[in-house]
Design a protein around this ligand. Sequence first.
Ligand code: FAD
Length: 291
Amino acid sequence: MKLTELFKNDTLSLSFEVFPPKTDTAFESVKVATEEIAALHPSFMSVTYGAGGGTSQYTLEIAKNIKKNYGVPTLAHLTCVSSTRQTVRERIGQMREAGIENVMALRGDLTPELVSSDRSRWVYRHAVDLIHELKESGADFCIGGACYPEIHPESSDQREDIRYLKEKVDAGCSFLTTQMFFDNNLLYNFLYKIREAGITVPVIPGVMPITNGNQVARAIELSGSFMPQRFKSLVDKFGHSPDAMKQAGIAYATDQIIDLFANGIKNVHVYSMNKPDVAKKILENLSDILG
Ligand code: FAD
């Protein structure tokens, strides 16, 4: 099913993100975790693409397995910045063969080697280049793109970031998924600004349940997200107690999701990080709301 069809639906729903293993030996345990999440019947599941593409075949294997055996619509991620045109075209061909309908088109993060390399030699500089490649492939993919309520860390200002976002949508992105955020007001302000800039496609907010005190620094480093005082206090108080932090982190994410639903959002994407217990608990917390 194309996700754009799903987003026409008026019911409230949650989707979950999983990531492929970094090593071949971890494949079985990751597969089981993704199956447990699929068995919860989310509206869809996204499967990330390992930076550098080293274990890229697993993105497809996991996405195919979830769709075929659990009937859950999938969104396969694909990055381009460190790839050759041949590799990207091969991956697109493999997705097509595997019957993948939804693709998240991403640039990918810049490694230190890439940053110091000669940019004029890069085949793909931005996600928009991959969107063009997907369109030119002739396959009828439903394409998603990433967006950043707190602006992308490399952008100098939000106006510029939104201008490039519009370019991605105009090139063929049918929906956008946001970077994680911990203060919903940042999302509401962002939505207002992008709608004003003429971006009308569905925007799926991404919520990350922080269930481990050590996760916080890494999550902030990667996303550059603002930490509201309410969240900082919670980490200060419970960050050293794994069970308490998990309960508090799930409660905080649940609260964020309820507020998003209450303010007109219909599908929230949960960065469930291959943790079926966390996905299950959030669904239980929302059982009457989701119906
Ligand atoms: P772009 O859209 O190319 O934007 C990157 C920067 O370039 C921004 O500052 C933007 O304003 C600017 N820009 C865009 N277009 C132009 C242009 N034409 N000219 C000049 N500047 C431009 N990473 C992975 O490795 N694997 C994943 O599976 C993955 N999944 C993700 C899912 C989501 C929802 C999000 C939010 C991020 C994900 N990432 C993933 C991380 C992502 O690869 C990084 O955030 C990366 O730094 C930017 O990717 P992008 O697709 O947003 O890039």
